[in-house]
Ligand binder design. Structure first.
Ligand code: ADP
Length: 191
């Protein structure tokens, strides 16, 4: 199964994705994690990536696509994959569709975790204290939210037009969110 997860920063994507990969036994492909890993080295590329992420902006599409294309070639992605935080722009969504189509594959479902934005900012500020991510501070959080509305929210319409969008209420307790996700998956599973 190939699943895309969409939701603003702090929506709880990470938590739900971890549970989902355990349940489905498919790899978790988080472009945020992959970019943070790439950023952790002492190289010019790392500093270039940091200049985007630490400012709350998106990394360039071509860089993200290169990372994803490479990762998708691994054997463990054959049975399926859970994309977390990718695609983040409609260009990435088009390119992902093309990439999969080249292999005779397609996405099964795009899950949108819908949440209350004020609550999100609270959650993110809390996380800022515990996880120590450079991009979790008040200024960057607002920038990431703005970027989400501008660049990522259009994906909701993109997948809705493809009849692949499943909206899940992300304000429920985590177990209820997971149950809603599972019931949506049963509807959309094509293979
Ligand atoms: P969150 O959803 O909490 O913001 P992520 O780990 O998904 O966290 O992403 C962290 C940062 O990594 C983003 O703010 C962005 O700068 C960068 N990033 C992650 N995925 C992408 C992507 N698909 N395209 C461009 N930039 C990305």
């Amino acid at each position: 199964m190939r699943i895309v997860f969409i939701g603003p920063p702090g929506a709880g994507k990470g938590t739900q994705c971890k549970r989902l990969v355990d349940r489905l036994g498919i790899p978790h492909l988080s472009t945020g994690e992959m970019l943070r890993e790439a950023k952790s080295h002492n190289t010019a590329l790392a500093r270039w990536i940091a200049s985007y992420i630490d400012a709350g902006r998106l990394a360039p599409d071509h860089l993200v696509m290169r990372i994803v294309t490479h990762r998708l070639k691994a054997k463990d992605c054959v049975p399926g994959v859970l994309f977390d935080g990718f695609p983040r722009t409609t260009i990435q969504a088009h390119l992902l569709d093309d990439l999969l189509a080249e292999q005779g594959l397609q996405l099964d479902i795009a899950i949108e975790l819908r949440v209350d934005e004020k609550k999100l900012v609270e959650r993110l500020l809390k996380r800022a204290g515990t996880e120590g991510r450079n991009d979790d501070n008040r200024e960057t959080i607002h920038e990431r939210m703005r970027v989400y509305h501008l660049q990522t929210a259009p994906l909701i319409e993109y997948y809705s037009k493809q009849k692949k969008l499943a909206v899940v209420d992300g304000m429920q307790p985590p177990d209820a969110v997971f149950a809603s996700i599972e019931s949506q998956l049963n509807h959309y599973r094509t293979h």
